[in-house]
Design a protein around this ligand. Structure first.
Ligand SMILES: *Cc1c(COP(=O)(O)O)cnc(C)c1O
Length: 376
């Protein structure tokens, strides 16, 4: 038996709500209004309500959401160039780019191997008088917030910034990620759990001053039309994307449940001593944006699965502190993150997959091996 299981087929993802999306797009096209209109306003209201914050500001993409947030805090006098921002070493590079773009200093903190949460001991030790914020990244869809993190930020006067690009809909004790800190940044890149048909992003917060500052900076620095109080830029979530996202938002919880069901199949069926799964989380605390497994012979497993028709990806092969563009950080050691980058392989998992397909993937993973493997 063979099955062709691509890592992610966006055509199929869109087709899940094809007609409704087509109709929403057609409405925008016919309206003659393509930016800063009703569709954006609707989506901002609905997304803020969904996340559980007072404010939502749509922006052009997730990196802009992060960059504009830090820029706004600088404009508000809450941080200044040269200040330090704590960031997990195990993240997508955009989290770090937002820090360095603002001439702030990223201070990397390694993660725990089993939970992928921040190493609390290291986090505590990394705090200096210059530390102003913690970027908390709910990587892979796993909520990485906990009481200790909240307390630590409070006691040290740190701003808690959530990077929620991979965790739309995730919950912690009933509250959504994206409402747990001072502010949260979201990406609607097509492959994310809530994905647009192009680029998109948003910031959610309770802080009205911050929300207004981000709106101003994202709109040429205009506090009112043609009155520039800041040296701003242009970062907008357009009407077509907002309308599409508003349709897809209605189905997000349902699709995340589907993801959880497929993840349970992996947890129940993958049994191969060479393949480690991350610690399973409580219901709702993981929206399974990515299903990572960790394997010493990662590249061999990737090729093996490809031969069986199963698509996989690596998130991410090079940690930010080891990238060429961050040569100044190459000397630092983040042993767990570096090991994860060497061992990580993402199995296919998305709402278009069937349970039969997930079982087949698990079976194929189980059939991998044969050679003596060494791992810790
Ligand atoms: C996708 C992603 C981003 C960047 O979002 P874009 O919309 O692609 O700019 C930032 N952080 C994380 C963790 C992401 O996964």
């Amino acid at each position: 038996m063979t099955m062709n299981i691509p890592y992610l087929d966006l055509k199929r993802v869109t087709a899940l709500h094809g007609e409704e999306i087509q109709q929403a797009v057609a409405e925008v096209v016919g309206s003659g209004w393509y930016l800063q209109g009703r569709a954006l306003h609707q989506f901002e209201m609905n997304y803020a309500k969904f996340i559980g914050t007072k404010h939502c500001v749509g922006v052009a993409n997730g990196l802009d959401a992060l960059t504009l947030t830090l820029r706004a805090y600088k404009e508000m006098g809450k941080m200044q160039e040269g200040d330090e921002v704590l960031v997990p070493a195990n993240t997508f590079i955009a989290t770090v780019l937002a820090i360095t773009e603002n001439r702030l200093k990223p201070v990397f903190v390694d993660v725990e191997e089993e939970t992928l949460d921040l190493n609390l001991e290291m986090l505590r030790r990394a705090i200096t008088p210059k530390t102003k914020a913690l970027m908390l990244v709910h990587l892979y869809g796993r909520c990485t917030y906990n009481e200790a993190i909240g307390r630590l930020c409070e006691q040290n006067g740190l701003l808690l910034i959530e990077d929620n690009a991979q965790a739309h809909g995730c919950r912690w004790r009933g509250r959504r990620t994206g409402s747990l800190g001072d502010v949260a940044c979201h990406s609607f890149y097509p492959g994310k759990n809530l994905g647009a048909l192009g680029d998109g992003g948003a910031v959610t917060t309770e802080d009205v001053e911050l929300a207004e500052m981000i709106r101003t900076i994202a709109n040429y620095g205009f506090s009112e039309k043609y009155v520039a109080t800041k040296q701003g830029r242009n970062s907008r979530l357009d009407e077509v994307q907002a309308a599409v996202l508003d349709v897809k938002l209605k189905y997000l919880d349902e699709e995340n449940e589907r993801r959880a069901k497929l993840a349970r199949i992996y947890y129940n069926n993958v049994e191969n001593e060479a393949v480690q799964l991350p610690k399973m989380m409580n219901e709702g605390e993981n929206v399974y944006h990515i299903f990572p497994v960790f394997v010493e012979e990662r590249d061999r497993l990737k090729t093996y699965l490809a031969e069986k028709g199963i698509g996989t990806l690596i998130h991410y092969p090079i940690a930010p502190h080891q990238q060429e563009c961050y040569a100044e950080y190459r000397g630092i050691e983040m042993p767990v993150t570096e090991r994860l980058a060497r061992k990580e392989l993402s199995l296919p998992l998305n709402p278009t997959m069937t349970e039969e397909e997930a079982k087949w993937v698990a079976e194929m993973v189980n059939s991998f091996g044969g050679r003596n493997v060494e791992y810790q």
